[in-house]
Design a binder for this molecule. Structure first.
Ligand code: CAA
Length: 258
């Protein structure tokens, strides 16, 4: 395990885990933490030896939002020119799947970070919310756009306009999280799911992630064209032939990630 100022990182086989580590501030996303997180994630994304990334926090907080104390004196112009939080664009465009393993508070920028990941596994202690309205602002890392896509307009509007938090069970019922597990099993379950993803063909995983992303961004007809092209392209990989041959020969595939 290696430690920088505000995160720790660890690699196990083809799975990398980034742990947010500012316990004194409930993992509030200050500029140092965000810079370290994005740098670490992009480095793993560039490494073909890594097939899945897990981002997690502590038992009490995944992240309690952007760092309010750091933002208090920021101006309109500071925010327009990037403020203390540049670099999310690169994070959002990563090819490697990212799982958010969320226990405790995932609020404001913390909820938004979790939603930037491919999916969320939640502990039964997880609490999601966009409480920015209580601070005289609104979500700024994508919450007003991703939350309605995840839970529908009515629930998202209620949460963004009132600041109400949503517990893990409601979050699963509403489609915000993939699955809820007991808190003491969260990290083991996230590691298991990540290892499963990392065992698949890397080009197939990249393409599937891309197509799922397209579903969030494109109209249906365009998304279907995108998928058809990506599906055809999968037949240019060695892993497609290996995957199908292994099925026919009733054996496990040996993907070479080519
Ligand atoms: N920024 C800076 N510091 C934070 C923080 C944040 N977002 N959230 C918590 N902290 C700090 C607290 O100030 C406190 O520090 P001190 O001990 O130095 O006072 C420490 O973390 C522990 O917090 P609490 O004592 O408040 O813990 P609690 O258990 O009583 O309450 C909480 C937990 C309900 C999460 C509460 O801390 C809280 O409401 N936090 C703020 C949540 C929030 O408003 N998030 C949105 C931020 S804005 C944003 O994210 C914008 C965007 O979209 C990009």
């Amino acid at each position: 395990m290696s430690e920088t100022t505000c995160i720790t990182t660890a690699v196990d086989g083809r799975v990398a885990t980034i742990t947010l580590n500012r316990p004194e501030a409930l993992n509030a996303l200050n500029s140092t933490l965000v810079t370290e997180l994005i740098e670490a994630a992009l480095a793993y994304d560039a490494d073909p030896g890594i097939g899945c990334i897990v981002i997690t926090g502590s038992a009490k907080a995944f992240a309690a939002g952007a760092d309010i104390k750091e933002m208090v004196d920021q101006s309109y112009t500071d925010m327009l020119t990037g403020g203390p939080f540049p670099g999310w664009g690169g994070f959002e465009r990563m090819r490697t799947p990212v799982i958010a393993a969320v226990a405790g508070f995932a609020l404001g920028g913390g909820c938004e970070l979790a939603m930037m990941c491919d999916f969320i596994l939640a502990a039964d202690t997880a609490k999601f919310g966009q409480p920015e309205i209580n601070l005289g602002i609104l979500p700024g890392f994508g919450g007003s756009q991703r939350l309605p896509r995840a839970v529908g307009k009515a629930k998202a509007a209620e949460m963004v306009l009132t600041g109400r938090m949503m517990g893990a069970e409601e979050a699963e019922r509403s489609g915000l999280v993939a699955r809820v597990v007991p808190a003491d099993e969260l990290l083991a379950e996230a590691a298991k799911v990540a290892a499963t993803i990392a065992s698949k063909s890397l080009p197939a995983v990249y393409a599937a992630k891309d197509a799922l992303q397209a579903a969030q961004e494109m109209p249906l007809a365009e998304g279907l064209r995108f998928e058809r092209q990506a599906f055809a392209a999968a037949f240019a990989t060695a892993d497609q032939e290996e995957g199908m041959r292994a099925f026919a020969e009733k054996r496990a595939p040996e993907f070479t990630h080519r």
